[in-house]
Design a protein around this ligand. Structure first.
Ligand code: PLP
Length: 454
């Protein structure tokens, strides 16, 4: 036994014999020293701990939702008889893939939906949304967004910005009704926008790269009721990216016909290395399947290769991973609001997705924040993020992520378009401890850059 080990063991032994408050004190001292090792100053540490101490009741509320959702996932897995055989995969055509079919049944159960398409062949969230749209729309149909501008990458899918293969190229038109200044639905304008061509309504739950409020599932339900009352035939689709497991209900519980998302966000639990899902009405899901594979083949093909174990494992962890990300977002909101920046959502309001926006008002703030997130990463912590012209976006974007799954934004990550109001969008954290450390690193970076003094 070497001397360092003996000393550490003696130290640990001493701590264990102390009373609980003494042990807490000692552990905190060790913790602060470890933070110092990782470049966190005493000032940043103290400021962060004070903010954290004020958040206990918020976190307790999240824990309640998490407990419910964890049980919901376990129940769905048990009801659908997930077995060890389901974790294996098929090759080639992938006919009769037990694991794939069972996983799709599990998703349908969780979302209380008729059917689901959950596939590694869906490459990302944009692909899942494009697939849902183009498979359920036909030439001369009209798509309506009653919640304002959709996510940036969808502008090219729809053809708002001309793009090869867009819905516009197929003669599918698009109409948009913006939210009112207070974030409410403009029901009058929505009513006027509905016409004989309107076939599908797309509702984005999350704020995306905007500083509008995220929609709660209940509010989405109100909007769907309004539309269905006038036009029960219209397909109501929800872009659920970043929203899964944040509440105890999902948009399918309030009348959505089709709910779409990415597996490298919440429902993949950080373990899914690729994939997207579409859940909802059988007909909508079938249409998507025939488009994803081929007319005549639909859901029957699509080998799962060796990926299903990670899909199941990730889904099982998704409620707690989402909770960690949510706590990180609330921590960030409280830190930056206290420093005088506008944060969306603010420090106290209820949450409906895991994204936290912080408005810095200057490119320097956005860049310093992203550098802090990068410096906290387990992978690629030594690289420095820079703004670049990213495909699909109309301005330069800076992105920080040091992820186990490339580009995964359920892992701690931040991005900001370099355009006014110079807001950074922060999300993820597979563990709260990592999210907390990441935010502390951003604060250190902001302080070191002279943008704010503590
Ligand atoms: C992430 C996201 C998308 C697109 O997903 P990708 O996987 O990045 O293609 C679409 N809509 C919203 C609201 C998102 O957050």
């Amino acid at each position: 036994m070497n001397e360092t080990y003996t000393n550490a063991a003696a130290e640990a032994d001493k701590i264990s014999k102390n009373t609980q408050p003494q042990r807490m004190q000692e552990l905190q001292t060790m913790q602060q020293a470890m933070y110092a090792n990782l470049g966190i100053s005493d000032k940043v540490y103290q400021f962060s701990k004070e903010v954290l101490d004020s958040l206990a009741s918020r976190f307790a509320e999240i824990d309640q939702v998490t407990e419910y959702n964890q049980l919901k996932v376990i129940k769905a897995m048990q009801d659908n008889k997930v077995s060890e055989a389901c974790l294996l995969g098929t090759t080639g055509y992938g006919y009769n893939d037990l694991g794939r079919e069972t996983l799709e049944a599990v998703y349908a159960s969780i979302f209380h939906a008729e059917d689901a398409l959950v596939r590694p062949q869906i490459t990302c969230g944009t692909h899942a949304l494009a697939l849902a749209l183009i498979s359920n729309l036909r030439p001369k149909d009209e798509l309506l967004s009653p919640v304002g501008k959709p996510y940036d990458t969808l502008e090219e899918v729809i053809g708002i910005r001309p793009s090869k293969g867009s819905l516009a190229e197929y003669g599918i038109t698009y109409r948009q009704v913006d939210l009112l200044a207070d974030g409410g639905f403009d029901y009058e304008a929505i009513e006027k926008a509905l016409n004989q061509q309107t076939k599908l309504v797309t509702i984005q739950r999350s704020k995306g790269y905007q500083t509008r409020p995220t929609l709660s599932v209940t509010r989405i339900g109100e909007l769907i009721s309004f539309i269905k009352k006038r036009r029960p035939d219209i397909i109501c689709m929800v872009d659920n990216c970043y929203g899964e497991f944040v509440e105890t209900i999902e948009p399918t519980d309030v009348g959505a016909d089709m709910v779409v998302g990415s597996l490298i966000k919440n429902p993949g639990g950080g373990l899914a290395p690729i994939g997207g899902y579409i859940v909802g009405k059988k007909e909508c899901v079938e249409n998507a399947a025939y488009r994803l594979t081929s007319p005549g083949l639909g859901k029957e093909v699509g080998a799962s290769l060796g990926i299903l174990r990670d899909f199941y494992h990730g889904l099982f962890l998704a409620p707690t991973v989402t909770a960690s990300a949510l706590k990180g977002a609330i921590f960030a909101a409280n830190i930056y609001e206290k420093l005088g920046f506008r944060v969306v959502p603010n420090s106290i309001e209820s949450r409906h997705d895991i994204i936290q926006a912080v408005e810095f008002g200057t490119p320097e703030g956005v860049i310093a924040f992203c550098k802090g997130i990068q410096a906290a990463a387990p992978v690629d912590s030594f690289v420095t993020p820079e703004p670049w012209d990213m495909p699909g976006y109309d301005s330069q974007v800076i992105m920080a992520a040091g992820a186990f799954v490339s580009g995964s934004s359920i892992e701690l990550s931040a991005d900001g378009p370099i355009k006014p109001p110079y807001a950074v969008y922060f999300q993820g954290g597979l563990t709260f401890e990592h999210a907390q450390f990441g935010i502390m690193k951003t604060l250190q970076s902001i302080v070191d850059a002279g943008i704010k003094k503590l």
